[in-house]
Design a protein around this ligand. Structure first.
Ligand code: TA6
Length: 306
């Protein structure tokens, strides 16, 4: 007798019955989010986060004592085949265009796939949802953990019989008051970056802190594992700590590029800065058969010292 073919896209109600739980201060529920796409909503001691199964895409992280940390565009699209604009899109297993295939989608396949919810639980003092999928010859797991901080971890195993090259970036859109008003990124001075606006010319960052006065699109290489976004208007620092992420991308489209983007409104570009963490270009990884690569990013929002 042939096995009934299990659908890979379970309904929110089915997932809620299998995985949902509520222990008061700690909870995990699955509902129909925007575009009636299944969405996992995590709660922990007053903090809240959202992840869509579409792309295993984090669309919200709101700490208990801070405003929303992530930016989502008002015109973001929640539909199959489209990447949601904002939150934390997963760029994997390549970043930007694919050298071997000019027709390949920008930033890889992960962010437009329907992932499975593989498990949930209490992990490291937080509440965690684990998502999983297969991409080419890679078994991929993505863990989203909401606790006193917010951590996302991507892990991929090469199940093929040849080594495979992997690039990745957790393409985080951080919400800021106004990128023109003193927003600065610390932790990149002395590093070499590829200037994506100048044909990936190599430049050494000489500024102690990076401020923004125009479109900025840079891939910093061999970076440290801690970066800080200073936001004077929102009176906070966003601390980003990583494991296994030697590359850091800094991006804001500014005025002209925003006008060419169909899912970012003309007035939205001052409200976010992308600080993306992963392994890109010179930092790409070769994963041997049976090998595992792992990339982790932890986000914390704290008040600026008065
Ligand atoms: O963030 C770096 C970048 O590669 C930029 O060049 C810009 O293209 C951005 O990603 C957004 O890409 P997307 O494919 O999501 O529109």
């Amino acid at each position: 007798m042939s096995e009934a073919k299990t659908t890979t896209i379970s309904s929110a109600r089915d997932l809620e019955s299998r995985f949902g739980f509520d222990e008061g201060e700690v909870s995990l529920h699955i509902d129909d989010g925007r575009g009636t796409l299944p969405r996992v909503v995590l709660g922990h001691d007053g903090a809240r986060a959202e992840v869509y199964l579409h792309g295993a895409h984090v669309t919200a992280y709101e700490p208990a004592d801070q405003r929303e940390v992530l930016f989502i565009g008002r015109s973001a699209r929640y539909e199959p085949g489209k990447a949601i604009r904002g939150g934390i899109p997963i760029c994997f297993p390549w970043f930007g265009s694919r050298a071997a295939d000019p027709y390949a989608p920008s930033h890889g396949l992960a962010r437009t796939k329907d992932w499975k919810l593989g498990g949930v639980g209490r992990v490291d003092g937080g509440v965690e949802a684990m998502f999983e999928t297969r991409i080419e010859k890679l078994d991929v797991r993505y863990r989203v953990n909401l606790g006193s901080t917010f951590r996302v971890t991507l892990e991929a195993t090469n199940i093929g019989d040849e080594a495979t090259i992997v690039e990745t970036a957790m393409h985080s859109y951080f919400a800021v008051g106004d990128i023109r008003e003193g927003v600065a990124i610390e932790g990149l001075n002395g590093r070499t970056y590829l200037d994506q606006l100048q044909g990936r010319a190599r430049v050494v960052e000489e500024a102690e802190a990076l401020f923004f006065e125009a479109e900025t699109d840079r891939v910093y290489l061999d970076t440290a594992n801690r970066h800080v976004i200073i936001d004077p208007l929102y009176q906070r620092r966003l601390i980003v700590e990583t494991e296994g992420c030697p590359s850091t991308v800094v991006w804001n489209p500014w005025i002209e590029k925003t006008m060419r983007m169909g899912d970012v409104e003309d007035d939205e570009w001052p409200k976010f800065v992308c600080l993306e963490t992963g392994a890109i270009a010179d930092d790409e990884l070769s994963v041997e058969p049976g090998g595992v690569c792992r990339f982790s990013t932890c986000i914390e929002a704290v008040d600026l010292e008065r």
